[in-house]
Design a protein around this ligand. Structure first.
Ligand SMILES: C[S@@+](CC[C@H](N)C(=O)[O-])C[C@H]1O[C@@H](n2cnc3c(N)ncnc32)[C@H](O)[C@@H]1O
Length: 289
């Protein structure tokens, strides 16, 4: 789609919305508004009151952004950022595009932190498979005395996580390591969080194009039954040999299978968290070895 420099923001918005709608995109109005606002560098209120603003030099980058969306690229990937738990995180092709579902991990972890008085003491956190760093950085921002080790098998992901830690001002409290699981990380962790890959390998090709085409395979592929990384995490817990709380995200329908992997080590009943659709999507386990 070619937008011209003389076009107004209002006309561009209408044209882009119509194009997205006829292409069958699921949220044409929202996507169009987000792209116009972001490329023009204005908020929703400014776009609403000033529809006669001329696109000018923004016409070209906006046309390019529209083409990318028409090729099914998610808006967040086009913009290069995603908001998570009220904070902005940069994303790159090397990391999973953070999902709102993952906020359930933070909700559950912070509820437990409140009960255990972790806001007032310097607890140690591990985030396995940190990706863009959303879990480690959000917990450090919410728990000002905490420190964290964030791991990922992808060096490029670890670089994105550290860039986000810097922009959120928590970099002095996070150590990022390129490794499998927690290999190389020693000592006691009060809290371990993870949103590991959990899609069974055979199901990857059935994912929607905007997931399969843009999220890195190593962020999605959970092995033959989707549980391979949970098994790795369970054996890490045994290696650490210390009490900890672990909060894990999983896919719809995996609650029982994931919890069962830790059954021998739990000292309290599991606590579950649900996503906005009411699906059980994370579990908190008190572990003692
Ligand atoms: C589903 S993504 C989650 C990223 C981020 N925590 C989030 O919630 O947006 C899983 C991440 O785990 C990493 N990963 C996969 N296998 C791993 C392993 N064995 N050890 C550590 N990281 C792993 C991937 O590279 C990817 O960044």
């Amino acid at each position: 789609m070619r937008l011209t420099a003389g076009m107004t923001a209002g006309d561009a918005l209408a044209a882009i919305t119509a194009e997205f709608r006829s292409a069958g995109l699921p949220t044409p109005d929202l996507d169009a508004r987000f792209l116009v606002q972001s490329v023009l560098g204005i908020d929703a209120a400014a776009l609403f009151v000033d529809r006669t603003r001329i696109l000018g030099a923004a016409a070209m980058p906006l046309s390019a952004a529209v083409e990318r969306r028409l090729a099914n690229e998610p808006v967040s990937r086009i913009l290069g950022w995603r908001d998570f738990y009220g904070r902005r995180f940069a994303i790159s092709p090397a990391v999973l595009d953070p999902r709102a579902d993952t906020e359930t991990v933070i909700d559950l972890a912070l509820a437990i932190a409140g009960e255990k008085g972790w806001r007032e003491r310097p607890i140690r956190i591990a985030d396995i498979g940190t990706g863009s760093g959303i879990l480690a950085c959000t917990l450090l921002a919410e728990l000002p005395q905490a420190t964290a080790v964030a791991t990922d098998i992808s060096a490029a992901a670890v670089a994105v996580a550290m860039a986000n830690a810097r922009s959120l001002g928590v970099e002095a409290r996070v150590t990022a390591i390129v490794t499998r699981g927690l290999a190389g990380a020693e000592g006691v962790f009060d809290l371990i969080v993870s949103n590991p890959p959990y899609i069974a390998t055979a199901d990857l090709e059935r994912l929607d194009l905007d997931v399969r085409g843009f999220d890195p395979a190593m962020a999605l592929d959970g092995g033959p039954d989707g549980l391979a990384i949970y098994r790795e995490i369970a054996s890490e817990i045994i290696r650490l040999r210390s009490p900890t709380v672990i909060v894990l995200e999983f896919g719809v329908g995996q609650a029982e299978a994931v919890t069962a992997l830790f059954a021998d080590d739990m000292t309290a009943p599991p606590r579950f968290g649900c996503d906005l659709g009411g699906h059980t999507r994370c579990v908190a386990l008190e572990i003692h070895r």
